[in-house]
Design a binder for this molecule. Sequence first.
Ligand SMILES: Nc1nc2c(c(=O)[nH]1)N[C@H]1C(S)=C(S)[C@@H](COP(=O)(O)O)O[C@H]1N2
Ligand SMILES: [Mo]
Length: 235
Amino acid sequence: MSDPLPPGLLADPAVIAARLGRIERHRARMAATPSLSDAQPQGSGAPNRHGMPKLPPGQTATRKWPVLDMGIHPTVTPGEWRLQIDGACLQPIVLDLPQLNALPQVVDTSDFHCVTTWSKMDLTFVGVRVSTLLALVEPMATAAALMCHGYDGYTTNVTLDEALKDDVLVTWEVDGRPLSREHGGPVRMITPQLWAWKGAKWLSRIEILTADTPGFWEQRGYSMTAYPWRDDRYG
Ligand SMILES: Nc1nc2c(c(=O)[nH]1)N[C@H]1C(S)=C(S)[C@@H](COP(=O)(O)O)O[C@H]1N2
Ligand SMILES: [Mo]
C-alpha cells in the first residue's frame, strides 16, 4: 500500500504488508462462495454468545491466545498509564489507573475473534464498561462513533451503537491475571461482538467523533463494521 503511515506510528512494514495480502484472498473466497457475503451486516441484537453457534464462519478455535499487532509493544507502566476521553462530549477527562479502578467494575466472559481466522473462546475479563466511561464524559447528541488510540500510535473506529454494548470493556485483567504487555497491558479495550482489531491495546485515548471515520486498518481495506457472524472482514 502506498499511503504513508500516520506520524508517530510504531509499525513493522513487513507485518503490515503480510496482513494486507489477506484482503485479496478474502475477496477471491467471497466471489467463489457468495453465500458467505452479506450486504446487510447485523447492527444490533443479543450478544453472539447466546443463541448462536459459538464460532463465526471461517474461524478456528485456538487453545493459546496469539499475540497480533503491528510489531512493537510500547512499555507503559501502570503508574504512567493515562486514558484521555475527549472529542464530542461535555466533560472530557483524563483518568489514571486508580481512578479507572474506582469506577463500577464488571467481570465478563467473552470470546475473542481475530480476522486472521483464529478465535480464543471463553476469556474472563475484569474491567469497566465503555458505556460507563461514556456516561462520565456526557457525549453530545451529535456523537456517532469512537476513535480508539493506542500508545503505539494505533487507531481503530467503533460506532457508538457497538461501543455501548455491555461486553465492550476497558480491561486490565484476564483469566485472573493482570493483562500482559503483549496483549495490551496495562489496559486495553475489547469488542467481543466485532473483530478483535477493533479493540485497541495499550489504550491511551477514546476520542468521540460526530462521524464514523476509518482507523489504521480500516484505511487499508479492513471493514468499517467488522461483524464476525457475517464474515464481514474486509472492504
Ligand atoms: N494498540 C494496538 N492495538 C491493537 C493492535 C495493534 O497493532 N496496536 N492490533 C489489533 C489486532 S489486528 C488484533 S487481532 C488484536 C490482537 O490482540 P492480541 O494480540 O491480544 O491477541 O489487537 C488489536 N489491537
Ligand atoms: Mo487482527
